[in-house]
Design a protein around this ligand. Structure first.
Ligand SMILES: CSCCC(=O)/C(O)=C/O
Ligand SMILES: [Fe+2]
Length: 184
């Protein structure tokens, strides 16, 4: 079940640990929605339980293809290289949809104050990170997550690292900031 909270920013602790900021309340889904982060929960007990809902979301948002990724040391080719890319703070020019089929892990997103919000997802959770939001992904201490990824016909979801100054200049970033500006 999803849980969102402020990240404690303690650098010398493994990022796969929970990193819950002490004395801070959990963050409701309504606050995530103000950042453009959308969430659904589906029944993953069988394909027939969730596929109609996934199909409906694909139709509504023009997603034409999908695949499944397993992030675990023994299943993901080039594991070390990939997890570094996932955990490097980045944005995409398309939204990122992930539907967790098995296991669990953390998506961290930046809020308006540029603080990290950590979102813990497990099987049944589906999330959309809007185009232009800075984020990163890391497994939790179980080191296993299986997720469905949904794509538009010509997806543009190259990870643009925040460490590169030009990333801040992509039009998608300005569009994203403007889209969340009025959300109280
Ligand atoms: C559990 S999906 C792996 C992370 C990922 O696909 C991504 O793009 C993170 O930003
Ligand atoms: Fe990403």
């Amino acid at each position: 079940m999803v849980r969102a909270y402020f990240y404690d920013n303690i650098a010398d602790v493994d990022p796969r640990e929970p990193h819950i900021k002490p004395d801070s309340a959990d963050i409701p889904l309504s606050e995530l929605a103000k950042l453009g982060v959308l969430y659904w929960r589906h029944d993953v007990s069988s394909e027939s339980a969730y596929l109609p809902q996934v199909d409906a979301i694909c139709k509504e948002r023009n997603y034409s293809s999908r695949d499944v990724i397993i992030v675990s040391p023994d299943k993901l080719p080039n594991y070390e290289e990939k997890i570094k890319i996932f955990f490097d703070e980045h944005l995409h020019e398309d939204e990122e949809i992930r539907f967790i089929l098995e296991g669990s892990g953390y998506f961290d997103v930046r809020n308006k104050q540029d603080e990290w919000i950590r979102i813990h997802l497990d099987a049944g959770d589906m999330i959309i990170l809007p185009a232009g939001i800075y984020h990163r992904f890391v497994s939790d201490s179980n080191n296993y997550i299986k997720a469905m990824r949904l794509f538009k016909e010509n997806p543009n979801w190259i990870a643009l690292s925040r460490t590169k100054p030009e990333t801040e200049q992509v039009p998608t970033r300005a569009e994203y900031l403007s889209s969340i500006q009025d959300a109280a």
